[in-house]
Ligand binder design. Sequence first.
Ligand SMILES: C[S@@+](CC[C@H](N)C(=O)[O-])C[C@H]1O[C@@H](n2cnc3c(N)ncnc32)[C@H](O)[C@@H]1O
Length: 264
Amino acid sequence: MENKIANTLFIPFAARVFAAACFPEYFNDPVAVQLKNKIPPKFLKISSQYEMIASAARYYISDKVIMEFIDKYGKCNIVNLGAGLETVAFRIHNPNAVFYQIDLPEVIQLREEILPKNNNEVFIADSIFTTEWYDQIDKRKPTLFVANGVLMYFHEKEILQLIGNLKQYFPKSELIFDATTRFGIRCANFYVSRFGGEMAKMYFYINHIDKFIQKSQTRLLNAQTFFIDARRILGKKVNLITKFNMWLVDTFHLSNMVHLALSK
Ligand SMILES: C[S@@+](CC[C@H](N)C(=O)[O-])C[C@H]1O[C@@H](n2cnc3c(N)ncnc32)[C@H](O)[C@@H]1O
């Protein structure tokens, strides 16, 4: 694909497929599993057990937050920023929510070719950094923005600008995204670079969540480390290295799902 970030979209897709196939008691994604044969071969081989679970943990946590949001507000918008090949609208099939899947035009085209479309999904072919697509979202309804595996490919300045725009146009909305530390970004860049030179680099990290909250003028609803539930549910099923890595990441808060209210 033309966009280097778009080239990365099969990495989390493959991780979801394998995590769902190997650990259904933790993460289930039947539609993604059915599409396993669409994954280009080079994305099939490299991930370790830990990397697979680390990727799935994001969806495990954001799915829970999405379900709680729908339970709390009833009819609402779930806006998936940089949706890639996300099948969340099938994992959470709730007629109260409209799932807006936003990604670059070349990705939406690929999505239309290889993924089925659920009846509660709207595809938007645009950049998350423009504001033109905002008109397509029903602003009378509460909105939850979800960005899994996306924001780290940009710089902090761009993320703050994006949050500023979302705050201005969707005053009572929320945002959930994954964030790691400076050290975590180095590890993540090493992991992604193994899939080839055409993969994008990552830049955005959060070392101190309170400073980020101050800069973004938002309210922290929760910052949850990745593996609290995974360690409990998969404890006996995973190998020692995976267990150790999950403990390390949780203990030193290296990877978090950050849930913000986009208001003060
Ligand atoms: C690593 S993939 C993650 C995809 C998906 N969120 C997931 O978890 O499977 C990053 C995604 O961000 C998308 N992306 C990159 N820049 C974007 C932009 N400016 N606007 C919308 N999407 C963008 C890419 O096309 C790609 O699908």
